[in-house]
Write a protein that binds this ligand. Structure first.
Ligand SMILES: [Zn+2]
Ligand SMILES: [Zn+2]
Length: 179
């Protein structure tokens, strides 16, 4: 069976990656860390706004074993919210395109939705942490959110991890970026 391959790149094209098969989930996060990080990263010359009009950040989560970096990985730089933050966000420093969010020990990468052309972005399936949204009323209820959304989110992650045989790999990133 032939699986689908999607080619993605940073805004300038120096960093390229491909993802195979289907994502774990396509989601929008409203947690405080994601909005703080987006606000700080948006002070750099990012190619486009990181947050959606509702203040959330779009991510497409893929199993790490379904992601391949093709070129320009030496441009990747990590950004952390604080010195002790275990979560990191990784940018392509060639053009400041946000690439992914990685949790320490995580078996997946949350790729930033910005990597897809708007009409090719996998459709939104759920929203997480909408209770943190500064203006909850403006966030639409077209997909599951709140407790239901969060349960679905962790359920999908667990199913993927089981399918991977509980294996976790680290992504090598050289250098850091401050914002
Ligand atoms: Zn670039
Ligand atoms: Zn978040």
């Amino acid at each position: 069976m032939k699986t689908k391959t999607t080619h993605l790149s940073c805004a300038c094209g120096a960093f390229r990656l491909e993802v195979h098969d289907t994502p774990i989930i396509s989601a929008e996060c409203h947690c405080k860390s994601c909005s703080d990080a987006a606000r700080r990263l948006e002070t750099l010359a990012v190619p486009e706004a990181i947050r959606t009009i509702h203040g959330g950040t779009r991510y497409v989560l893929y199993r790490k074993d379904r992601i391949s970096f093709l070129a320009g990985a030496e441009n990747l730089r990590e950004f952390r919210l604080g010195p002790n933050a275990s979560t990191r966000r990784v940018l392509a420093s060639c053009c400041n395109t946000p690439i992914f969010l990685e949790f320490k020990g995580g078996h997946w990468l949350s790729l930033y939705g910005n990597l897809w052309k708007q009409n090719e972005l996998p459709p939104l399936e759920l929203r997480t942490m909408t209770q943190d949204a500064p203006d909850r009323a403006s966030v639409p209820d077209d997909v599951p959110s709140g407790a239901l959304g969060t349960a679905g989110f962790y359920g999908r992650l667990l199913i993927a991890w089981i399918a991977m045989g509980f294996k976790v790999s680290e992504v090598a990133v050289e250098g850091a970026i401050d914002a």
